[in-house]
Design a protein around this ligand. Structure first.
Ligand code: AMP
Length: 437
């Protein structure tokens, strides 16, 4: 059966020519389902509640109509004023959204800037002095700038609250309320959230007027295109196996997930010793260090980024060839989120999980969630047959609790995963460590 949204083109959505050209230049051929539904609605000036996570194309879904509406009105912002405000919980997301506006709004002569904490205020103050059409901000820094009278919010025409659930998780509700209290009641409001717990639903009800609700799950085909494999390996051999995998020419850009920040740092050291260029990104790193790791990864200077789940949320880098689970996640939902980093927007990708004896419990939980076994790849130098046999043995009852006894940190919704397609080996040329036992 045909998906009706697949037939919709950007030119059908009422977007002006420069925006159609910009999405074309980005290589987007058809709008994603959320874009097909949200764009006409937002162009009409209505409020929107979007239940969607990163990977669904939600940024363009709100950025394109904002650019169009602002340019159609053809007004200049007054000094220190803002016409469209996008609030987002983290610096990384703020920068990514800023980059998207820059890409889509090329040649439109709209002024925009991004403000977030962790860096000096001087440049931000200077950028805001003449007023901006579009401001992407994290809540704390925005309030700081407001209280110093460096920016005023009384001319905001369009307000976007992005990742509302995460905003609440991170304790930003008071800040958000203070900001909302300063923007005009008469405005267009857009709220995006990956999940819809009661607190977000109440916030949405208080912010939105006569709104449309649009839900989007990342296209199932995305996960369908991921070649998933599990490699059974003893804990102590994992790092050697990882070096082998990363040296394969099939791995052009990889994210390696570890459970802990310390584990991420240790792994980067070990990879560098093995002559693999790698950098880590996690919450203990300074903003500068995180940004430089991300920049190096995006530019291709560093092929491997080692990340924890929390730090990786919101990282938006295209063309990731491999997601490698150095540690299997405690939460099966995290597995789905992690592997969704590859095979973005219709490209293919590979997800490789290294599983030691203690992680069989996690692997079983993952297989239950995705409703199918993860194909086993035993074609590597460190294959631990004993672990493979334990995993295959239905009588084997692993001792660890499925969540490792730790509180849940990932409250994203369980995602539907389609069966993986077999075929491509996860590490291309089947590289092996010489003389490995
Ligand atoms: P988002 O959900 O906004 O984080 O976007 C996820 C990724 O999809 C980004 O890398 C976008 O560049 C990309 N993207 C957004 N819209 C489209 C589209 N219509 N076609 C192809 N890729 C897209």
């Amino acid at each position: 059966m045909k998906d009706p949204y697949r037939m919709t083109m950007f030119t059908d959505l009422g977007l002006m020519a420069p925006l159609c050209r910009a999405v074309d230049a980005e290589g987007y051929t058809v709008p994603t389902p959320i874009q097909a539904r949200a764009i006409p609605h937002l162009l009409g000036g209505r409020d929107l509640l979007g239940v969607a996570q990163t990977g669904t194309g939600k940024t363009a879904a709100f950025a394109l109509p904002i650019l169009q509406r602002l340019s159609e009105k053809n007004q200049r912002p007054v000094p220190r004023a803002v016409r469209a405000l996008i609030l987002t919980p983290t610096r990384e997301l703020a920068c990514q959204i800023g980059d998207s506006f820059a890409a889509y709004g090329r040649g439109m002569h709209l002024r925009r800037t991004v403000v977030h904490g962790g860096v000096g205020m001087g440049r931000q103050v200077a950028a805001l002095a003449g007023g901006v059409d579009i401001l992407v901000a994290t809540p704390g820094r925005l309030l700081d700038l407001v209280s110093r009278a460096q920016v005023r919010l009384d001319a905001v025409e369009i307000f976007v609250l992005d990742e509302a659930d995460r905003m609440l998780d991170m304790g930003f509700i008071r800040d958000v309320q203070k900001i909302v209290g300063r923007i005009p009641v008469k405005r267009q409001t857009v709220l995006f959230s990956a999940t819809m717990p009661q607190a977000v639903a109440s916030l949405a009800a208080s912010l939105l007027t006569d709104f449309e609700r649009i839900e989007a799950t990342p296209p199932a085909t995305t996960v369908d295109l991921i070649d998933q494999r599990v490699l059974f390996v003893a804990k102590d051999d994992k790092r050697h196996l990882l070096v082998d995998l990363l040296k394969s020419s099939a791995v052009t850009r990889a994210i390696v997930f570890t459970r802990t920040k310390h584990g991420a740092d240790r792994l980067v050291e070990q990879l560098r010793k093995g002559s693999v260029s790698a950098d880590a990104i996690h919450g203990n790193k300074s903003q500068g260090a995180r940004q430089s790791a991300l920049d190096g990864f995006k530019s291709g200077r560093v092929r491997t980024l080692v990340a924890t789940d929390i730090a990786a949320r919101g990282i938006d880098v295209d063309n990731i060839s491999h997601v490698i689970n150095f540690d299997l996640p405690n939460e099966p939902e995290s597995y789905v989120h992690r592997i969704g980093r590859t095979a973005r927007a219709g490209t293919s990708g590979a997800a490789v999980s290294l599983c030691d004896a203690d992680e069989i419990v996690h692997l079983r939980a993952i297989e239950k969630t995705i409703r199918r076994p993860v194909p086993v790849d035993s074609d590597h130098s460190y294959h631990a047959d004993a672990i493979a046999r334990l995993h295959a043995d239905p009588a084997h009852k692993p001792k660890a609790k499925p969540n490792g006894g730790k509180p849940r940190v990932n409250n994203a919704p369980p995602s539907r995963v389609q069966p993986a397609r077999g075929g491509r080996p996860p590490h291309g040329n089947g590289s092996r460590r010489p003389n490995a036992a």
